[in-house]
Write a protein that binds this ligand. Sequence first.
Ligand SMILES: Nc1ncnc2c1ncn2[C@@H]1O[C@H](COP(=O)(O)OP(=O)(O)OP(=O)(O)O)[C@@H](O)[C@H]1O
Ligand SMILES: [Mg+2]
Length: 355
Amino acid sequence: MFRKSKSIVGLDLGSSVVKAIEISLEGPEPVVTGFARIEIPPDGSHEEAVEACFREGRFRSKRVVTSVAGQSVVVRYVPMMKMSDNELKQAIRFETDKYLPFDLDEVVMDCQSVEGVSPASSDGSMPEDSSNAEDDQMTVLLAACKTEAIDAQAKMVQSKGLQHIAIDVDLFALANAWELCGVLPGDVEGEKRGIALVDVGATRTSINVLYGGKTCFGREINIGGADMTQAVARRLSVETFEAEAIKRASEAQEAEVNSAIAPVLEDLVSEISLSLDYVEHHAGINVEEILLSGGGVLAPGVAGFIEQATARRARSWNPLEGLRVDASRVDVEELEAWAPTLVVAVGLASRVRAA
Ligand SMILES: Nc1ncnc2c1ncn2[C@@H]1O[C@H](COP(=O)(O)OP(=O)(O)OP(=O)(O)O)[C@@H](O)[C@H]1O
Ligand SMILES: [Mg+2]
């Protein structure tokens, strides 16, 4: 149905910034053909930011993929008997009571079997142990989102004259961006490494641990850049907007900013460590590297702090690395400057390959 159009805009409706990346297939090659980023002011709305994105982005396409995250989404890894995908879609409906805190008629649900090594959840709780799983068992990834959240998002997107192709989950968009850009052909070592994609947004941090390129653990933590801003505001007794500016102008009052955000980073790192220790213990893999993204990691010293406190390599990554950018349509300097915050948008737009 959509064969003719080969562009998709990944529209990341972040809690503080709306980010849009258009990827087009030129032959088999994915090319970045549009980019816009709009910060939502304190009295602003997602709706206005989306409008502004499409005014500024010079996108070819109106086809968008968005995502959901946070309280309305639940992700679970469920142990099931081995069965076909079709059987699974039927059978999972009888399992949901045990795993979802919502009624079945309140949610939109999707599931797939994964080469999972352990069950995991997105609500902050540590999952149960399934390390004794028998051979006739498989791990099923179950994602459910409140219907009202999906409907509200779809309505908003459609009211802007956009064509809504799909709704993903932030957590999984991270893995899709990695798959599009991160796994270099022939990186045999990469296949055998455990890596943690950690996106520190404004209100939440998403973790997706990959092994051999496949998700084996996912979780959200309710800590992010907004908590750092609040910590700076309290420390310096200034308003939130002033604290935000001080935090970003890192040279200005670097020592104060560092010491104000340190407790937030400590809380964040302790949750990240808990998750990674869990994966290592239950899955028997080594998580050697933490790849950081999201605006929260732009604060001074974050990568170094995480590296030291988790005793694992940590660096921020650029989901656009290796992707060609159409410089006639995109402000390349601006794109590069914000690249680490664009992982979810890139992951959403990567669906262009399946369109
Ligand atoms: N230069 C900077 N230094 C420190 N923090 C920054 C900088 N630039 C942006 N941020 C922070 O990045 C955060 C926004 O990042 P991002 O766009 O990833 O969040 P979001 O996607 O809107 O949020 P969420 O994923 O939680 O919904 C804000 O908290 C902002 O303060
Ligand atoms: Mg985000």
